[in-house]
Design a protein around this ligand. Sequence first.
Ligand code: ADP
Length: 492
Amino acid sequence: MTVPFQVDALPLRDKSLLRSNAYIGGQWVGANHGVFAVSDPSDQSVISTVTDMQAHEVAEVIAIAERAQTSWAALPAKQRALALRRWFDLIIVSEQDLARIITAEQGKPLSEALAEVRYGAGFVEWFAEEAKRIYGETIPAPSSDRRIIVLKQPIGVAAAITPWNFPLAMITRKAGAALAAGCAIVVKPAELTPLTALALAEISQRAGIPAGIFNVITCSDAAGVGRELCSNSSVRALSFTGSTEVGRLLLRQSADTVKKCSMELGGNAPILVFDDAGLQTSVRGVFAAKFRNGGQSCIAANRILVQSSIYDAFAEQLSEACRELVVGPGAREGVTIGPLIDSSAIAKVEEHVADAVRQGAQIRIGGSRHELGGTFFEPTVLTGVTSAMKIFQGETFGPVAALIRFDTEEEAITLANDSQFGLAAYLFTRDVGRCVRVAEALQVGIVGINEGLISTEVAPFGGVKQSGLGREGSRHGIEEYLQIKYICLGNV
Ligand code: ADP
């Protein structure tokens, strides 16, 4: 039985991508289940209702994945690679429809949604290639009658808990790596954006990914389902992207079963703009790093540190650039900033702005809810921001550029590192020595130099400090799903 859609609002070429049931063991699961609603953040209209799986069902899903995993792992790497490659090809075939689904449930402009599909598909392509390169080692033994061999083997069943801000890419960077390694994966997408996850499942089925290898649990009880995923001893790896608060909880919950945990948690990215950077380049870079996805990204520039001598000119030009932004529903032609995801998101942005203004910051442009209402917020530039303000201390996750003044390189580094987070940082300067000094001194996992858009499947993405553990993408990403076995061959 399938759950009927309440609204057939999405103009998809291929309607069968819009699924409403969970995908478990190659089957669409929905009979005898309740449902929860998925809404369009631009007007809160219900797009669809989706199967609401319960925590007590999770153990069975994991058992299904575990049974399927053994034969997936036994396939020659080349066959796993081919299946992943087909998945990638079919994602690209459906890129326009997938973009529409992302925009509908997440809100970002269609052009950004399309960019996410291509970026997210890139992880499937990349790991399809990496599947064939899971090299072990032979190590010269300390005695002549022995041989030492090191294997890298799939860890088993992996679980992924993913956020709503990049509903496709946050799944593919985990699932691509897990499947390439020979693992099965159970994905719990954010309850706000399950439709993209289900569309990926539909495409995985078409691509011939075997039943039970890619599973999607749709549910509204994130805490209950999360607890089951963490406490089940058959889940050997947990990969989470989301808030630091939930990440800490999942780490605690995974301790009893000693899982390998990969955590992509909060960021509070600083951007350091030095006076030799060139205003145009730095404004363009900061603008991209700040306003992509309306600022709802864990690597979004949150603290923009600008050297005193160019501070006012920079603020002026950034504000000018903001005037060009078009706020509106993501599906509308020409829109460049969509709505925030929900009412608590806009409340947080408002609170950060109000706190900054109370403590002396000035609003250069924006500063309020947009006249469109709902969760639309005006692109905002604040000057006179200090480290005492909430906007400096935590992720704002909205279209607010907070400008902080600094004088020396040393002061900028100290300010940038004044955070418990350490995901991404950016710097703009043409001084080669400074590029090296500052990049090395920043306590983060990713540094963009003279570049505001840094995400790619070929490079390792991840944080230090309380921004997380592990890396996604690149040749390192697959290691999260592998374990090492040392074999000692004696009496040769
Ligand atoms: P955000 O603030 O970006 O929404 P969250 O950390 O709340 O980030 O959510 C990221 C993912 O974590 C989502 O899939 C959400 O459903 C899930 N999640 C939220 N709370 C819990 C929890 N207590 N246990 C497990 N997963 C959770």
